[in-house]
Design a binder for this molecule. Sequence first.
Ligand code: ZN
Length: 327
Amino acid sequence: MSEYSLRRSDERLQVTRPQLSKIVLRRLPPTWCERPSLAATPLALALLAGCAGAPRPTPLGPRTAPLVVERTVAPRPPLRITRVVHASVLIECDGATLLTDPWFTQTAHYPPREALGVPPDSMSPLSAVVSTMNHYDHFDLDALAPGMVGQAPVVVPAGTRQAERARSRGFAVRALGPGDSTRAGPFLITGVAARPTNATATAFDYEQAWRIDACGWRVLVVGHRLTEAQARAAGPVDIALLPVNALRIKPLFKRLSLSPPEAAAVAFAASAPLAVPMHYRYRSSWLWERLVVAHPGTAEAFAEAARARGVTSLVVTPGQTIELRAR
Ligand SMILES: [Zn+2]
């Protein structure tokens, strides 16, 4: 059994693993267009767009032992957070479940490089689905079956095409702006501004973070970016779920997601004693890795940066659950 503790002004926080869990990261087999010998040919360049191909299901991985985190707070029901894959988690309390940033399939250019932790058909009934942005790896709408979601609302940022896309597929949609809230079962879902303004952002660029209140706990969910000032305004929270891979589009030198030190600063600004790194295993196809994307941030670098800020980093694999308990 391993144990970590964090001394804060008013509490002693304890993290335990009920049993030693083996981290299993399965390397997914490359598709034909990921092979360097083929990707380096002019034929591959001509086929680059088509190389992405049709989405295929992401394979399922094993479940691993949960992490139990006890905090000295007033009595309340436990809150469970299970990593599904990439930036997607299930948040459960009081018998209800909320899903964030669904991504169940992959293409040659967009594989999560980690196995799916929870099969989609085991998730219903859901109380809500929440998405931070209209990107394939945060809003895999085609793989989100209406039967799985039922009448549960699909909660999206206002002002993007997400609402229209989801409505056209028969989902009940709630589009919220920053500061807007909606209830779904025991969950109070509040939009957190993640961009200075929505007016100038493109559909590709715009995103919104979410604050989820449930069973007396507060969770901050960030898709790609959040400033320290925005995190401070959203806090204090019990736990922050943060992207850490410093994703960059090479031709434009445009940065899309937080770096490990930036994510640690966001967790600290939100007064989060706990933080979970996400969005860090993705690697594209061989050609795209050289020409299009860079993503140097790792979970290990985040754990180090978080430690320097006095934040406890919980690195969990897909399929692994963190259970927050009051004591
Ligand atoms: Zn992303």
